[in-house]
Design a protein around this ligand. Structure first.
Ligand SMILES: Nc1ncnc2c1ncn2[C@@H]1O[C@H](COP(=O)(O)OP(=O)(O)OP(=O)(O)O)[C@@H](O)[C@H]1O
Ligand SMILES: [Mg+2]
Length: 241
C-alpha cells in the first residue's frame, strides 16, 4: 500500500460535460510495467491524459510518489517525474531529431544537464544520434516512436505513460520498441502502457487492467488473458495464442 508509485482512486474524468471515466481505481508500483487494454472508446487514452493533467477531473484522486497531484498542472507533474508519449507519437515533423529532443528537455535550463540527458537517450536509442539532423517527419514509424520516447526521457521520468506505442508499427519495429521499454525499465523507470494488441501486451506486462466503458472490468496478472471472455474479444477468439 505505502509503496505505490502511482495510485489512482475512484477517478471520474472526461471532457466538459462528457464523463468518460466513471470511477477508475488502479495503481503502478515502482519498477512495474502495467498495461491497459480495452475496446475503442473505453477511456484508455482518457486515463493516461488524466494522469498527465490534460482533461477535466470531476472527482477521485491521483497520488504520485505519495503526493496528491490531482489538482496539479501538467508541468508540475513533469517536474515530479511523469512523462507522456501520446497516441500517434506526435513528434514535431519539421524539427530535427536534436530539436525534438531539446523540446523534450524544455524544463531543464542547464546546458550541461541537457547534454547529459541527451547522451542517456542515445545510449538507449543510438539511431537518434546517427540521425540528429534529420527532420522528425522523415523518420520511419519505429524511429519516430523511439524519438517520441526519447523526447519524454529528456526530463528523466520515473513513470512513463505510453499511449499505444505499437500502433502502426511493423512487427519488427514493435518488438524493438518493446525491447527498449524493458531496457529503460532496468534503469528504474516504471511504465503505464495502453496497448490494443493484447497478445503483445502480455509479453511486457507485470499486471493488466481491462478498461470497459470507463470502468475497470478485469484486473490481474497476465493470466487474465486466458479468461475466455478476454480471449474472445482481444485475441480474436480463435483459440490459438
Ligand atoms: N478531446 C475530447 N473531447 C471530447 N471527447 C473526447 C475527447 N477525447 C476523447 N473523447 C471521447 O472520450 C471517449 C473515450 O475516448 P478515449 O480516447 O479515452 O478512448 P480509448 O479507449 O483511448 O480508445 P482508442 O482505443 O480508440 O484509442 C470517447 O467517447 C471519445 O469520443
Ligand atoms: Mg486511445
Amino acid at each position: 500500500m505505502a509503496n505505490k508509485l502511482l495510485d489512482v482512486q475512484k477517478l471520474k474524468s472526461g471532457y466538459g460535460k462528457l464523463e468518460v471515466l466513471r470511477g477508475v481505481s488502479m495503481h503502478v508500483d515502482p519498477g512495474e510495467i502495467v498495461v491497459i487494454i480495452g475496446p475503442n472508446g473505453a477511456g484508455k487514452s482518457t486515463l493516461v491524459k488524466s494522469i498527465f493533467a490534460l482533461n477535466d477531473i470531476y472527482s477521485g484522486s491521483i497520488n504520485y510518489k505519495h503526493k496528491n497531484v490531482t489538482k496539479l498542472p501538467t508541468h508540475e507533474r513533469i517536474e515530479m517525474g511523469i512523462g507522456y508519449v501520446p497516441q500517434g507519437r506526435q513528434v514535431f515533423p519539421t524539427l530535427t531529431v536534436r530539436e525534438n529532443l531539446e523540446m523534450g528537455g524544455y524544463l531543464t535550463n542547464e546546458k550541461d544537464l541537457l547534454k547529459k540527458r541527451m547522451e542517456e537517450v542515445f545510449k538507449h536509442f543510438p539511431i537518434l544520434q546517427e540521425r540528429l539532423n534529420q527532420l522528425g517527419g522523415t523518420l520511419s514509424g519505429g524511429q519516430q516512436q523511439m524519438l517520441a520516447i526519447g523526447r519524454s526521457l529528456m526530463q528523466d521520468p520515473q513513470l512513463l505513460l505510453l499511449d499505444e506505442p505499437s500502433l502502426g508499427l511493423s512487427p519488427k519495429a514493435m518488438k524493438e520498441v518493446f525491447q527498449k521499454v524493458l531496457d529503460i525499465r532496468k534503469e528504474g523507470c516504471s511504465f503505464l502502457i495502453v496497448e490494443q494488441n493484447a497478445k503483445q501486451a502480455v509479453k511486457l506486462a507485470d499486471r493488466i487492467y481491462v478498461l470497459e466503458e470507463g470502468k475497470v472490468g478485469l484486473h490481474g496478472d497476465k493470466k487474465i488473458l486466458k479468461n475466455p471472455k478476454i480471449k474472445k474479444i482481444y485475441l480474436g477468439g480463435h483459440g490459438h495464442d
